[in-house]
Every structure is written in structure tokens, then in C-alpha cells.
Design a protein. Structure first.
Length: 368
């Protein structure tokens, strides 16, 4: 006696989607952001008993309420964008550089060392030039160490660069304790506050304008480098397939080391701007987790430096807006983190629907 077993067809399956036009892709992202804002508004309304529009108004006010807030917003966007530009060449090459946080710290530490040790001993213009060279060299050196071991011994770059972050934090902690002022305070304080030696000059009365202009210039240069230069082409080929890169005669080891030198150098510039222009001090938290947030910025922008301006703005705007909601409505910082997390979940989730589609089956027919 034979029994026929009918194979039960699943209700749906997930399939890779053909590349969407960029207009549709951004429409999906905007819809996801709108849905996230609606959900966050509802949650905040339940907690604070305020209407959602006042909540959204608070987010906008937290970013654009005063001229100072606008400049702070632009400064934070510029710093996040700078670190995002740094990780982009490595990520496009499929080298998972999780160490940007440490590379920024080391660049900042080199800047602080120059300010602390040479301030008042050499002309200010020469001191700033030394700071620029030292920060770029320090960031590049910190990045090339895992690149060398990856190229030579095929080590895991994700773990290696992540561990380098902790080494950088301990190095900064050591020098903060060595240079602490006043003694016993556990911090350096403002370096050369009386003389301003090593302080990067401002443009007019705008403290952050030079930082913003430098990062905008880096954005254009990085876009041209990745899209039109021979090195940018080699990065793309290695990212697609190392075997293909070797087959066409590329030296993959050289590309890896050269790309990470560039990545670390740009992180060093970020450290220079944070210490020499923005904070005029050094601490273990000066990078403010930008090294990790930059990964999301770069990935959401599909490694396009121009698009990263928008993704940097979105993440900074949401983070500052969520913090303003917590302050105005008397909620703790954890609530703002929850709001930010929900919004990021929706934004990242939208990438799934851009790259994949769910196909439902009904009565033997396939419905997209």
C-alpha cells in the first residue's frame, strides 16, 4: 500500500531583489524613518502624556533651536562624517576595520602630546604643522599594524582592530594620568589655556567652521579617490574578489596595507580636529563612539562619501533630538537611547526590503 505524501509548500519565501532604482530605495528608507518616528511619538506620548507633535518639535528645537545648537549640530555631523570617510575605503575593500575608535584616540593623543610638550617652545605655526604630521602618522601607524598582520599572516582583522581599541584606550589613560592637571584630578583639563599654543585657528567668530570646511574637502577628495583613481579601482576589485584581483595582477597585500594607511591617516585627522580645534584636551571618551557609529553611516550610504553627508546628519539629528526629549520631559538618558535604538532598527531594517523581497504563495501561485 503506497501513501502519497504531498510536499507542503511554504506560505512565503525570501528572494534576492534586483537592484532597485535609487529613487525607490530612498523612498523605502524615508517610509521606514516615518514609521519609526510615528512609533517613537506614540511611545513618548504614553510616557509623557504629550501629543506627538510637541515631541517632534522638541527634537527639532534640540538641533536648530539656537545658532549655537546649529553650529554644534554641524560640528558633530562633520566629526562623524570624518570618521565615516576613514572607514569607508577599508570596508569597500571588505577589510572590516572596527578599530577607528582607537585610531582616532591615537591621533588625538599625538596631537595632545605635541601641544603639551612643545607648546610655547616653538612658533605656533610650526607647532600646528608638527601636530598635523604627528596625528596623521600616529593614526596611520595604528591602522597599518593589523593590516600588516592580515596581509602577511591572514589574521582576523575584525578581532585585531577591535583589540587595538582597548590598547589605545589604556595608552590614553596612562598619559592622562601622567599629564593630569591639577594633580589628583584624573584629567588633563584644557591644554595651554593661557597661551592657546597649538590651538587650531578659527575663521572669524565661528569656532567650528574650519573643521566643517576641512571635512567637506576630505569628502570630495575621498569621493574622487574611490570613484576615479586607479587606487580606488583596485580597492573595488579586491573587495569583490581577492582571487580575481590576483588573477589580473594586483598585489593584494600592497592594496590592503596602502588602504589601511589611508584609513588610519583620516582617523588621525579626526583626532587632530577633536583635540586641537574642538576640545583642546584629551580623554578616553573624546571619540565618543564615533568609530562604531561611522560603520553604520558608511554602510547605509553604500560607501558613497557624498551620501554619507545625509546619513551622518540623520544619525546625529536623531541622537541629539532624543537627548533633548529626555531633558525636556524629565526622562533619563536610557529613554533617549531607546528612542534612538528604535529609529535605527527601522532604518537598518529598511535595507532588508531594499535588497530582498518576500514572495507569498497562494493556491499554487506565487504572489510578490
Amino acid at each position: 500500500m503506497s501513501v502519497n505524501h504531498k510536499k507542503k509548500e511554504p506560505l512565503f519565501h525570501i528572494a534576492k531583489r534586483d537592484a532597485l532604482p535609487w529613487q525607490k530605495a530612498w523612498l523605502i528608507r524615508i517610509a521606514a524613518l516615518a514609521a519609526a518616528l510615528v512609533l517613537c511619538g506614540m511611545i513618548t506620548m504614553l510616557v509623557t502624556h504629550e501629543n506627538p507633535f510637541s515631541v517632534y518639535a522638541t527634537m527639532i528645537k534640540g538641533n536648530f533651536g539656537t545658532q549655537r545648537r546649529i553650529w554644534n549640530l554641524l560640528q558633530n555631523i562633520a566629526m562623524l562624517l570624518c570618521v565615516s570617510l576613514a572607514v569607508t575605503p577599508a570596508f569597500k575593500m571588505r577589510f572590516w576595520n572596527i578599530g577607528a575608535e582607537g585610531q582616532v584616540l591615537i591621533g588625538g593623543l599625538a596631537t595632545a602630546a605635541c601641544m603639551y610638550l612643545l607648546g610655547g617652545k616653538v612658533p605656533n605655526a610650526l607647532l600646528i604643522l608638527i601636530m598635523i604630521i604627528a596625528s596623521i602618522a600616529a593614526g596611520a601607524l595604528w591602522a597599518v599594524i593589523p593590516a600588516f598582520f592580515k596581509a602577511k599572516f591572514y589574521t582576523n582583522e575584525t578581532l585585531f582592530t577591535l583589540m587595538m581599541n582597548y590598547v589605545a584606550i589604556q595608552l590614553v589613560s596612562y598619559f592622562v594620568m601622567l599629564w593630569e592637571n591639577p594633580k589628583g584630578s584624573g584629567k588633563i583639563g584644557i591644554i595651554n589655556q593661557a597661551t592657546h599654543a597649538g590651538w587650531i585657528p578659527t575663521i572669524g567668530k565661528y569656532d567650528y567652521l574650519l573643521n566643517i570646511l576641512v571635512v567637506l574637502l576630505l569628502t570630495v577628495l575621498m569621493y574622487v579617490y574611490l570613484k576615479y583613481s586607479k587606487h580606488g579601482y583596485e580597492i573595488s576589485v579586491v573587495g569583490e574578489s581577492e582571487n580575481t584581483a590576483r588573477y589580473i595582477g594586483l598585489n593584494v597585500k600592497t592594496v590592503i596595507i596602502r588602504t589601511m594607511l589611508l584609513s588610519g591617516a583620516v582617523c588621525g585627522i579626526a583626532g587632530l580636529l577633536l583635540v586641537g580645534s574642538t576640545n583642546h584636551t584629551i580623554s578616553t571618551t573624546i571619540a565618543d563612539n564615533r568609530g562604531f557609529t561611522a560603520i553604520m553611516v558608511s554602510w547605509l550610504a553604500k560607501f558613497n562619501p557624498i551620501h554619507m553627508i545625509l546619513t551622518s546628519f540623520i544619525l546625529v539629528f536623531l541622537d541629539r533630538g532624543a537627548g533633548e526629549i529626555s531633558t525636556v520631559f524629565g526622562l533619563n538618558q536610557s529613554f533617549s537611547d531607546i528612542i534612538t535604538g528604535i529609529i535605527l532598527f527601522f532604518i537598518i531594517g529598511s535595507e532588508f526590503f531594499i535588497n530582498y523581497q518576500i514572495k507569498f504563495h497562494r493556491s499554487g501561485k506565487e504572489v510578490k
